[in-house]
Ligand binder design. Structure first.
Ligand code: NAD
Length: 363
């Protein structure tokens, strides 16, 4: 991945979508899981910090930085569960990648679609380590924006053959079934009338609901020995999905413990509650699942390293497929000490500077 000095690439949402279509979702996710495994395995190379969150009554806005010796990356992401009622997604994101030697940005990228991809890939990375190898059925509770990506990742990369679907909004489940029917002709899709029904008989339980509440989507009584829980939706203070009693009986795995203790399911637990970070299992330094009847929980919140990996991975792929656009984000100076020269240039016609018409934005 090489950029000329001062060159900033732009990856738009349309270009990212085209990239997924060209590469194929399963192949792209397979490559992303492998890139995540490589980066999580070199954990100590990264300068890590819990994300910075700004809470409002309706949601949260967050900045997620991380760096190693070669690159710095950040993502901006929000979480506003009521947004779909206003006609916009709950989760929207963008981010950037910088060279560490000069600090120069090299990529500005959409990260809304890419977040769904990297979250599904991270769920697969965890389930590869933690779920029973014989797992064939998965409950998928919360059938919104993230759900297709979770479903396709678990079917394509982990051999899930049957999906048990539930959402409090039946239209969300209709949409999911419609989208999956064309993509997964051989997979059994079962619409369930409650979370309890969806969980019944499932090997893996994925919760990916959005509600700014300490919800009990899955209670202790629903969980059977041997299940793996992929708890994706609870990802900020006051926003959780699991009965705390499950955590007491399970082995709990997290991305980056200092952030997960603030934002994850484990926010309900004492500070010294034992958890294992995924990188420790990946490197064979700590055990994952030991017995067939262990209950394992991946308490997913989304960590900046996943976005770092996704930004570098999508950048390289988009370069190969020539889907990047040049972005005039940095000044092009004849003398790097003479920023003022920008103001002395004769005014040139520039279509980017033409006045634009205003669009009405939903209030
Ligand atoms: P979305 O708004 O598109 O979909 C959420 C769905 O959850 C909706 O269809 C809603 O009806 C459903 N829901 C709400 N309460 C429910 C309940 N009690 N039972 C069943 N269904 C319920 O949101 P999304 O983009 O799919 O994101 C889902 C969640 O995942 C959000 O909370 C988001 O913050 C989280 N998320 C986490 C990560 C991560 O890395 N862990 C990454 C992305 C999103």
């Amino acid at each position: 991945m090489t950029n000329h000095p001062g060159q900033v690439d732009f990856l738009s949402t349309d270009a990212a979508a085209l990239l997924v279509q060209r590469v194929g979702l399963t192949d792209l996710l397979r490559g992303l899981v492998s890139a995540l495994e490589k980066d999580f395995s070199r954990w100590e190379d990264f300068d890590k910090t819990a994300r910075l969150a700004q809470h409002t009554p309706d949601g949260v806005m967050e900045l997620m930085p991380v760096a190693d010796a070669s690159h710095f990356a950040f993502k901006y992401v929000n979480g506003h569960p009521k947004n779909p009622q206003r006609g916009i997604p709950s989760i929207m994101a963008f981010g950037a990648l910088m060279r560490a030697d000069t600090g120069a940005p090299i990529l500005l990228s959409e990260l809304t679609l890419t977040t769904a991809l990297r979250t599904a890939a991270t769920s697969v990375m965890a389930a590869k380590l933690l779920a029973r190898r014989s797992s064939r059925s998965m409950a998928l509770i919360g059938n919104g924006s993230q759900s297709e990506f979770q479903a396709l990742a678990f079917v394509g990369l982990l051999g899930i053959q049957s999906l048990r679907l539930f959402d409090i909004d039946p239209a969300a489940t209709d949409k999911l079934i419609h989208n999956l029917r064309t993509q997964l002709p051989g997979v059994q899709l079962q619409r369930c009338s409650s979370a309890a029904e969806a969980v019944q008989g499932a090997d893996i339980v994925t919760t990916v609901t959005a509600d700014k509440a300490n919800a009990t989507i899955v209670s202790r009584a629903m969980v059977q020995p041997g299940m793996h829980l992929n708890a994706v939706g609870g990802d900020c203070p006051g926003k959780t999905e699991l009965d705390a009693a499950i955590l007491l009986d399970a082995k709990v795995f997290v991305e980056f413990a200092p952030q997960s203790r603030i934002e994850g399911e484990i926010q309900h637990m004492p500070e010294d509650f034992a958890v294992t970070e995924l990188w420790q299992v990946l490197r064979g330094e700590r055990a994952g699942r030991l017995h067939e009847d262990d209950i394992t929980v991946f308490d997913s919140v989304g960590f900046a390293l996943e976005d770092y990996t996704a930004l570098r991975y999508m950048h390289a792929l988009a370069q190969q497929h020539q889907l990047l656009q040049p972005l005039a984000l940095l000044p092009q100076l004849r003398n790097p000490k003479n920023l003022f020269e920008l103001l002395l240039q004769p005014e040139a016609p520039h279509h980017d500077l033409a006045p634009t018409h205003c669009h009405a934005i939903p209030a």
